[in-house]
Design a protein around this ligand. Structure first.
Ligand SMILES: *Cc1c(COP(=O)(O)O)cnc(C)c1O
Length: 410
C-alpha cells in the first residue's frame, strides 16, 4: 500500500462508514453501480420483519408495522437525497415499470404532442419501454426519436412531448447537464423525465430547484437496497392534479378498501402505486438508507470525485492508457462515480480481475467498468485495483482459456 492512498484514507471523513457494510475479506468491490454492497443494518431489519412482524404479527402488520405506508415513507426518505420536497416521491416497482407509467403520464399531460426524444445509447430498458408504449398507443399518439447526445438541443422542438434521459450514461459514466437540458426542454414546451439510476445516492440532485417534471431511480445500485430492491419515482407537485397513469391498480385507488367497482385515482404520487409492494425488499431498502443520515450528498460527491480522479490518474501514471482507452470524461463535473475503459479483450480482463478478487463488470461490446461507492470504497481499494489491472495487462493472463465463456448475467 502506498503512502499516498493510505494518507488519503486516513484523512477521509467518510472512511468510518465502511464499517456499516459487510464486505468479504480480501475482496475489492467496485461494482456498487450494479449491485450495492450489503449494509449491516439490512440483515437485522429483514430478520425482524420476517420472524417477528410476518411470523408472529401476521396480517395485522399491514397496520401495526405500517407496511401499507412503506412506499410513501421510503419515498419520503429518498426525497431529500434527490432534492425533492415532500409528497413527490414514491418507492415502487422497477425502473422499467415506473418509466412506463411516467412516459404515459408525460404524453397525456403534453398531448397532442407525441414525440419521446432520447439518445441513441441510453440504457436499453429505457428505450424498450418507450417502444412498448409506442406499440400500444400507435403512431398517431407516440413516436420515438433517438439522436446522438451532441444533437439533443437541436432536436428539441415543439413536437417533443417528453425528453427522456439517463443523467449518467451507464457505459461511459458521462453526465448530461441536467439544468441546461431541463431548461432547453421547457423552453420548447417539452417535459423532462430523468433516469437517475447512476446518480441517486452518489450525485447531489436538485429536482425541485431545477423544476424537473418526472424522474425514476434505482434502489439496488448506490442506495444498496439489495438485489431487485424496489425503484422510486418522482412526479413534480405542479403536475399531480392533472397527471394520470395507465397501471390503475387497486393500491393507486383513492380508497382501496372500499373495493369500489370503478377506479378513481388517489391524490398525489400515491396513484403511481399499482399493486401490493414487495415488503421484504422495501424493508431492506429502508434499512439501507440509514447510513445516508450520517453524511451529506456533498460529502459523498467530494469523495466520489476524489476516488475517480485518483483512479484515472493512476491509469495514466502506470502507463495503462497505452493499452486501454478511458471513456469517462476527465473533467470531474462531467462524470458520475464510475470509470470506464475499453479494450478489445475487456471480457477476459474483467474475469481475470474478478479471479484476483477485484470485482468489476463488463458491458458489451468492449467496456470494463470500475464503480466507486464512496460509502465503502477506499483509496486503497482504488490503488489495489490499479495494481492488479497493471499486473494482468503485463502478464496477459486475460487471454487464457478459462476466461472465454460468458454466463447469463455479465
Ligand atoms: C440499472 C438501470 C435500470 C434498471 O431498471 P430495472 O427495471 O429496475 O431493472 C434502468 N435504467 C438504467 C439507466 C439503469 O442503469
Amino acid at each position: 500500500m502506498s503512502y499516498i492512498a493510505a494518507s488519503l484514507d486516513a484523512e477521509d471523513p467518510l472512511a468510518r462508514l465502511r464499517d456499516h457494510f459487510q464486505l468479504p475479506q480480501g475482496v475489492i468491490y467496485l461494482d456498487g453501480n450494479s449491485l450495492g454492497a450489503l449494509p449491516r443494518s439490512v440483515s437485522a431489519a429483514v430478520k425482524d420483519l420476517v420472524e417477528r412482524q410476518w411470523g408472529e404479527d401476521l396480517i395485522s402488520s399491514w397496520n401495526t408495522h405500517d407496511w401499507i405506508r412503506l412506499p410513501t415513507s421510503v419515498g419520503e426518505r429518498i426525497a431529500p437525497l434527490i432534492g425533492a420536497g415532500p409528497g413527490q416521491v414514491l418507492c415502487a416497482d422497477s425502473i422499467s415499470v415506473n418509466l412506463f407509467k411516467l412516459l404515459a403520464t408525460g404524453l397525456d399531460l403534453n398531448g397532442p404532442r407525441r414525440v419521446i426524444l432520447t439518445v441513441e445509447d441510453d440504457f436499453p430498458t429505457d428505450t424498450y419501454i418507450a417502444q412498448g408504449l409506442a406499440g400500444l398507443l400507435g403512431e398517431a399518439h407516440c413516436e420515438i426519436r433517438r439522436v446522438p447526445a451532441s444533437e439533443l438541443t437541436s432536436a428539441l422542438n415543439e413536437d417533443v412531448a417528453v425528453l427522456m434521459l439517463t443523467e449518467v450514461n451507464y457505459r461511459s459514466g458521462e453526465r448530461h447537464d441536467m439544468q441546461e437540458l431541463t431548461e432547453a426542454a421547457h423552453a420548447v414546451g417539452a417535459l423532462v423525465l430523468w433516469d437517475l439510476a447512476h446518480s441517486a445516492g452518489v450525485v447531489p440532485l436538485e429536482l425541485d430547484a431545477l423544476d424537473v417534471d418526472m424522474a425514476v431511480g434505482c434502489g439496488y445500485k448506490y442506495f444498496n437496497g439489495g438485489p431487485g430492491a424496489p425503484a422510486f419515482l418522482y412526479v413534480n407537485k405542479r403536475h399531480q392534479a392533472k397527471a394520470r397513469q395507465p397501471l390503475s391498480g387497486w393500491l393507486g385507488h383513492r380508497a382501496p378498501f372500499t373495493f369500489d367497482p370503478d377506479y378513481v385515482a388517489a391524490e398525489g404520487v400515491q396513484q403511481y402505486q399499482a399493486g401490493t409492494p414487495a415488503i421484504i425488499s422495501m424493508v431492506a431498502l429502508n434499512a439501507a438508507l440509514n447510513v445516508f443520515e450520517q453524511v451529506t450528498m456533498e460529502q459523498i460527491r467530494t469523495k466520489s470525485i476524489a476516488l475517480t480522479e485518483f483512479f484515472m490518474q493512476g491509469l495514466m501514471s502506470r502507463g495503462l492508457l497505452q493499452t486501454l482507452v478511458c471513456l469517462t470524461p476527465s473533467e470531474a463535473a462531467r462524470r458520475g462515480s464510475q470509470v470506464s475503459v475499453s479494450h478489445a479483450q475487456s471480457w477476459g480482463l474483467s474475469q481475470a480481475l474478478i479471479e484476483a478478487r477485484v470485482i468489476v463488470d463488463f458491458r458489451a461490446p468492449d467496456i470494463l467498468r470500475f464503480g466507486f461507492s464512496p460509502l465503502y470504497n477506499s483509496f486503497t481499494d482504488a490503488e489495489r485495483a490499479l495494481d492488479t489491472l497493471a499486473s494482468i495487462l503485463a502478464d496477459k493472463r486475460y487471454l487464457q482459456d478459462r476466461f472465454v465463456d460468458r454466463p447469463t448475467v455479465t
